[in-house]
Design a protein around this ligand. Structure first.
Ligand code: TMP
Ligand code: ASP
Length: 237
């Protein structure tokens, strides 16, 4: 696998072409942003943790029948994934009220829902990723109804698998964001990352926050929280 030119740089990752046109190389950075890039910082070691945690969880999901873009972990920070075109939707599943849900509906954080919720945001930084319903997504050509149905079913399946996985390491999976991609033959696969950047994790006993909210809300102990999640997920770190 030959690493070639950089084709994209996002807030948390860079993407490089490879000598195989069907594959790209993702490189995870320690850069952290919040509130659509308004708040910036560095979380030392985050890139390596998010890379390894994402790959571990993607492999568990593959075994459970969820197709993903994962191909091969190359190093601490670098992973080869299938080249996909990203569906421009952020798919958010919530099990417990927190964050923008609590703010939007004027409720406290910590309400455990009887059933998970799903919502979409339009992936568009200039507009601040506005909330979007499925009709809006279809009207704007972000996805077809068939793709929306597939994405919803996959997202709830991911929730079932991950909720059980995290419960076993004494973590409540509060909410998380997923992104999906289309392979050249049109198959929808899980893409992007699943990490403390993109999930809310609360210790089941103490309710301590073990995710990026420590950075967003200036709670301190950011690096320790990322390391603790890596230790619980992978048994190392
Ligand atoms: P929210 O409560 O701010 O809408 O966030 C819901 C979940 O989505 C939370 O686990 C954090 C994650 N998330 C991202 O991964 N990227 C984002 O840009 C935002 C706003 C949230
Ligand atoms: N996506 C947010 C940003 O643009 C980060 C976050 O809150 O997770 O900075």
């Amino acid at each position: 696998m030959k690493k070639m030119e950089q084709i994209y740089e996002g807030k948390a990752k860079k993407v490089f072409a490879t000598d195989d046109p069907t594959l790209v190389l993702v490189s995870y950075k320690d850069d952290a942003t919040a509130f659509n890039g308004e708040k910036r910082g560095t979380i030392v070691g985050k890139g390596a943790i998010n890379n390894r945690v994402t790959n571990h969880l993607m492999q568990i999901l593959e075994k459970e029948g969820v197709p993903t873009h994962f191909v091969e972990e190359l190093s601490d920070r670098e992973t080869v994934v299938k080249k996909v075109s990203i569906v421009p939707l952020e798919v958010i599943i919530r099990n417990i009220s927190a964050g923008s849900f609590a703010k939007r509906f004027g409720v406290e954080e910590g309400i455990v829902f009887a059933e998970p919720t799903i919502e979409f945001s339009y992936k568009n930084d200039e507009l601040g990723d506005p909330l979007m319903n499925a009709y809006h997504a279809v009207a704007l050509g972000c996805a077809t109804w068939e793709e929306i149905d597939t994405i919803k079913a996959m997202a709830f399946k991911v929730n079932d698998v991950l909720k059980a996985f995290f419960k076993a390491v004494n973590v409540d999976l509060v909410d998380f964001k997923l992104e999906f991609g289309r392979t050249p033959d049109g198959t929808i696969v899980l893409a992007d990352e699943i990490s403390p950047d993109t999930c809310r994790f609360w210790d089941s006993t103490t309710h301590e926050k073990l995710d990026k909210d420590r950075f967003r809300r200036d709670l301190g102990g950011v690096e320790d929280a990322y390391s603790e999640m890596m230790r619980r997920i992978m048994g190392i770190g």
